[in-house]
Write a protein that binds this ligand. Structure first.
Ligand code: ZN
Length: 112
């Protein structure tokens, strides 16, 4: 298994997206290359989501939008218990939920 989280970079306009979409949110192009998402950034906003699918074992999921230092905005799970807007975080790859016996890996953020 790869230790990297991959986003997609639009072949047409260069916009990087994570999570992946079927079409580019900027120009609606449909071809992409994988790019590694990682490094550090700052929290732009976060929210606790309580209406989760049944396979989630946690009571809620704290999601954050983080602007990475290379300018890419990504959505992932924020693991910090006392988050603040603008706080510095780093990206990690972790288990965001279980699907049967399979651990679904995704982007997570921890305090930098
Ligand atoms: Zn595009």
């Amino acid at each position: 298994m790869s230790d990297n989280v991959y986003g997609m970079k639009c072949n047409s306009c260069g916009t990087v997206s994570y999570p992946k979409h079927a079409v580019c949110p900027n120009c609606r192009n449909e071809t992409f290359i994988d790019v590694v998402i990682g490094g550090e950034g700052k929290v732009l906003t976060f929210t606790d989501v309580y209406a989760l699918a049944i396979e989630y074992e946690t009571r809620y999921l704290r999601l954050a939008i983080v602007e990475l230092d290379d300018g890419i905005r990504v959505t992932g799970q924020l693991l910090d218990g006392e988050p603040k807007l603008g706080m510095r975080v780093k990206t990690v790859l972790g288990t965001v939920r279980q699907s049967g016996e399979t651990a679904i890996q995704g982007l997570q953020f921890v305090s930098a």
